[in-house]
Design a protein around this ligand. Structure first.
Ligand SMILES: Cc1cc2nc3c(=O)[nH]c(=O)nc-3n(C[C@H](O)[C@H](O)[C@H](O)COP(=O)(O)O)c2cc1C
Length: 447
């Protein structure tokens, strides 16, 4: 079904389009499920809405939050979501995706404690003294997408018949060694320990979007103990989870996980061997069961590769400049990710499941979220790009019963574009004073 921009004036118009496309994408007018409290580990969220991890690429050179980072989290906390998921934060310097990516190590840890405290204090001022959201910090190694100083320094789990070409990675580029992966587990444990000390309720052992731990899940062609069989490909993630559970019992373990890479076999995970566009949930569901047994409390379901298949990961109206717009109707993308989260929820009913990929729905995001939560297809629904454009979306849905129609994310990909142009990112449309000039500057430099 052809790609189409969002042009729906009413919820009924959107419902009619969903029906025309024959998609299972419910939209309800009763928003009461959004206010549900959700138990995660020992804590309850104040509501069932989340802000997804959204990297601003705006930390200091040492990896501490800087002015714009702090501003972002104050705005997020002001918005009153029940779960605040702090962005991709590297566990070691060479694991950073850009020279401004946050880095959680002993020397920077105090600044993360302060960031969390300041954000929550601001949230309490706006939402009342008992506002106490669940906070998670996402721990990452950028792997193939590492760029700790100003040029790419890929650390790859396996050669990839598609991505190596796109990224100019030569055939003799070395694979990350088993020994490196063994030692990397210590860095995750240490970062988890620091995160607990900073007051975070949960750590996310990031396993999505084809960064290192995500790529390892698809390492069919890798020799040795981290490649080939299901057991080997999942060894790294399960080892990190088990060690964190054992050595840092005071923090909950959560995961943001790709359940579908949309990338051809044998280089993709969660895909049919015949067709990269068809999910095969057999292995992801099996792994999630093992992760559950290993102590994971919550899975945030996501898909795709933001560099290569952004239409799967974040359905858009416009792609980044110069990149093709997919044929797929954005509603198909939204419906796919809702369905995949639903499959996780149904297979693992004792796990908290967070849904992603709703921002294309604009001001009707809450109608889809309420419908999904009401049907038990997920426990929490989060927003990514919408949180950049409209950080108060949860507050308005919960307090006013609706989002405003002006200032909602228009899925223009400018936030992704800024990131691609190596700027500090945010919403160039509706947080324009700050991000408009950054967007323009990046375009001039990279056009
Ligand atoms: C600029 C930008 C930064 C992002 N940073 C992260 C990140 O740090 N970690 C992560 O797991 N996903 C990240 N994402 C993906 C979002 O969390 C989210 O999954 C995606 O945008 C789809 O959700 P949405 O439709 O609500 O935007 C980022 C997306 C964008 C556009």
């Amino acid at each position: 079904m052809p790609h189409e921009r969002f042009r729906f004036r009413t919820l009924d118009d959107l419902v009619a389009k969903v029906e025309e496309l024959g998609l299972d994408l419910p939209l309800d007018t009763d928003l009461s499920p959004l206010a549900r409290r959700v138990r995660i580990g020992q804590k309850e969220t104040p509501n069932a809405l989340a802000i997804h991890p959204m990297e601003g690429c705006d930390g200091t050179a040492e990896g501490r939050p800087d002015d714009l980072t702090i501003r972002r989290y104050l705005r997020f906390a002001h918005g009153g979501a029940g779960l605040l998921w702090f962005e991709a934060t590297a566990v070691m310097r060479e694991a950073r995706a850009n020279p401004r990516q946050l880095l959680l190590v002993e020397e920077t840890a105090d600044s993360f404690a302060r960031l969390r405290e300041d954000a929550l204090a601001h949230g309490r001022e706006a939402n009342g003294a008992d506002y106490d959201p669940y906070t998670v910090i996402q721990l990452t190694h950028s792997g193939r997408y590492s760029r700790p100083v100003d040029k790419p320094a890929p650390i790859i789990a396996h050669h990839d018949g598609v991505l190596d070409g796109v990224m100019n990675i030569p055939a003799d580029h070395p694979l990350v060694t088993d020994d490196y992966l063994d030692r990397l587990q210590d860095r995750y444990v240490e970062a988890a320990r620091l995160a607990a000390r900073c007051g975070f309720d949960g750590v996310d052992i990031k396993s999505c979007h084809r960064y290192l731990l995500s790529e390892l899940l698809a390492a069919h062609t890798r020799p040795g103990k981290y490649g080939g069989s299901f057991e080997n490909r999942t060894r790294m993630l399960l080892s990190v989870v088990r060690r964190v559970r054992e050595e840092v019992p005071e923090v909950d373990i959560t995961l943001r996980m790709n359940v579908f890479d949309g990338h051809p076999f044998p280089w993709g995970w969660g895909v049919s061997q015949e067709d990269a566009n068809t999910p095969d949930m057999t292995e992801p569901l099996r792994l999630i069961g093992l992760l559950r047994e290993a102590g994971v409390a919550l899975v945030n379901v996501t898909v795709g590769n933001p560099y290569f298949t952004p239409h799967i990961n974040r359905p858009y109206d416009q792609n980044i400049v110069g990149a093709p717009v997919t044929e797929e109707h954005p509603l198909e993308g939204v419906a796919r990710i809702i369905d995949l989260a639903r499959q996780v929820r149904e297979a693992h009913p004792d796990l908290v499941v967070v849904g992603s990929g709703y921002s294309w729905l604009r001001q009707y995001l809450g109608n889809a979220a309420a419908a999904v939560l009401g049907r038990g297809w997920a426990d929490i629904v989060g927003a990514g790009r919408e949180a950049f454009a409209y950080p108060d979306f949860a507050r308005d849905l919960l307090n006013e019963g609706a989002m405003k129609t002006r200032g909602v994310c228009v899925a223009c990909s400018r936030c992704s574009q800024i990131m691609r142009d190596h700027g500090r990112t945010g919403c160039a449309m509706f947080d324009r004073e700050i991000y408009g000039p950054i967007y323009e500057e990046g375009r001039q430099a990279h056009a």
